[in-house]
Design a protein around this ligand. Structure first.
Ligand SMILES: [Zn+2]
Length: 128
């Protein structure tokens, strides 16, 4: 899912330059129609048509489109992109700014095996 947001962000950067003709814009959008689900692409294009950003970077915990703080749980999810997240305020797809992306997410460590189980009565202390 992160590649979809990355692709949409790259397209947004190209379209923001404003130097491409409508036919050239359609040529840029066409390859995405094969990879991006129609509902997601429609939401993205509708945002652009309304003059907003379709993809917003999250920097210092704040959406760069509407400047509203993003929930901490959402920011943690953005660090491990497996799903799409929308800003609850402006509706833009959220993407963690590249400089805030963690270098490598450590794999969870397996739990240490338990020691041998003791059966029976616990040892008693004998005082002489
Ligand atoms: Zn926002």
């Amino acid at each position: 899912m992160s590649t979809i947001v990355n692709d949409l962000f790259a397209l947004q950067q190209i379209l923001a330059r404003g130097d491409s003709a409508p036919a050239a814009k359609m040529a840029l959008i066409q390859p995405l129609r094969e990879r991006v689900p129609p509902a997601i692409l429609a939401h993205f294009l509708r945002s652009l048509a309304c003059g907003r950003r379709g993809v917003s970077l999250v920097r210092h915990g704040v959406c760069s489109e509407c400047h509203i703080r993003v929930a901490r749980a959402t920011i943690h999810s953005l660090a491990r992109p497996t799903d799409l997240h929308l800003c609850e305020s402006c509706g833009a797809f959220l993407m963690l700014a590249p400089e805030e992306m963690p270098e490598a997410v450590p794999a969870p460590t397996p739990l240490a095996p338990a020691g041998p189980r003791r059966r029976g009565r616990p040892a008693t202390l004998v005082v002489a």
